[in-house]
Write a protein that binds this ligand. Sequence first.
Ligand SMILES: Cc1cc2nc3c(=O)[nH]c(=O)nc-3n(C[C@H](O)[C@H](O)[C@H](O)COP(=O)(O)OP(=O)(O)OC[C@H]3O[C@@H](n4cnc5c(N)ncnc54)[C@H](O)[C@@H]3O)c2cc1C
Length: 399
Amino acid sequence: MTQPARTSSYATVQGNIHRPGDTAYDTQRATLNPAFNATPAIIVEAINTADVQAAVTWARNNDLPIAIQSTGHGTHVPSDGGLLLKTSAIKSVLVDPDRRIARIGAGAVWADVLKAAAPFGLAPVSGSHASVGVAGFTMGGGLGAMSRKYGFGADNLLRADLVTADGEAVTATHDHNPDLFWALRGGGGNFGVVTSMEVRLHPVDEVYAGQALFPSEQAADILARFRAYAPIMPEELTCTIALTAEHVAVRATYLGDAHAARKALKPLGVADAFSEQPVPGTAPRHFELFNELPDIDTILKVAAESAAVEIRYWGGAMTRGEGPAGHRNVPFSIIVDGPDEAAERLWPHATGGSFLNFLHDPSAVETAYSAADYQLLREIKASYDPANVFHRNLNIKPA
Ligand SMILES: Cc1cc2nc3c(=O)[nH]c(=O)nc-3n(C[C@H](O)[C@H](O)[C@H](O)COP(=O)(O)OP(=O)(O)OC[C@H]3O[C@@H](n4cnc5c(N)ncnc54)[C@H](O)[C@@H]3O)c2cc1C
């Protein structure tokens, strides 16, 4: 650990500080993607709000660009030559079972929250991997197996405490800084460094999850049934159809017991073949949204050229939230784990929209929002971060 080179509020940082050459520098700058090789000038591991305030103020006084990181699972813009401000050490999780709320440090991952909430029969809207960070997941929208019933992760945010670009500690709730609170529910890490969040928990006694596998020849039939049933399936049921070289998989999570799950799966004609097991996902190499499912022949052609194709129906409570997360009224998505040429076959049918948490291209952020929401996000960015201090991210530029 090195000491600060210049005097300023930076000297008050209590968390660890790492510079190139320090023992932990390489581990601290690492992200999930081993090919991503950012080389920040300095890394601050904040342990509290005062650390974040000191680091932000110091970086601004010294004209150092700032990147914010928790787990590094969703980092797409390098922090080269700047300050990498990490919140991963702020990890506390407190569950209030009576109010069904978790107060979560911005460095916590979903595994921490799931573990703290489970003894009370409660669970958050979390994603497919428990190693994903609560902060990035929630502000990037947050799609989970409970989202059809309880909304996006962002819709379950009740409060955020953050440090803004001018180093001020502020709170955002429905009643306090409501514009900022709206923006945080889908606008990503653009508006400040979050130090803690409160999220809603839900009573979840039983979750039935698994898949049914069928020979590839049945793909067209299963897709046709899925297309008809998806818009009317119960909100407790989250279902995707995955087409791989080996088989067609109907993957499902049901918020309830096995009996109710099998009943909900019946119209898909898969209930008897269903077996309980962890539900695998498909790497979102290409992600497209659709108002209507493209014709089945096109989907099968894309699948034949790809390692996997996964078709999902969103809908349910995700259509009812208030924040800018997701394209709420666009029901179908297709993930293609395959070459560009295969995915391109879907483009003529797709809306061109994206989902911030599945977006890898920082130049395409606008596609994650409706035109009206994007404009409002830019205006709110202009009020809270007019100089675009927080720009090393999936950036929303100030209006
Ligand atoms: C294996 C895997 C599975 C996934 N599954 C899902 C899924 O099921 N559903 C889904 O919606 N998404 C999913 N994602 C995407 C994931 O939600 C995003 O990549 C998200 O950005 C990760 O957040 P993080 O904090 O873990 O990552 P980080 O890389 O640490 O942060 C990503 C971005 O979030 C912002 N950020 C992080 N911490 C803070 C903070 N304290 N203050 C302000 N901004 C902050 C920053 O802009 C940062 O660039 C998955 C990702 C992976 C790698």
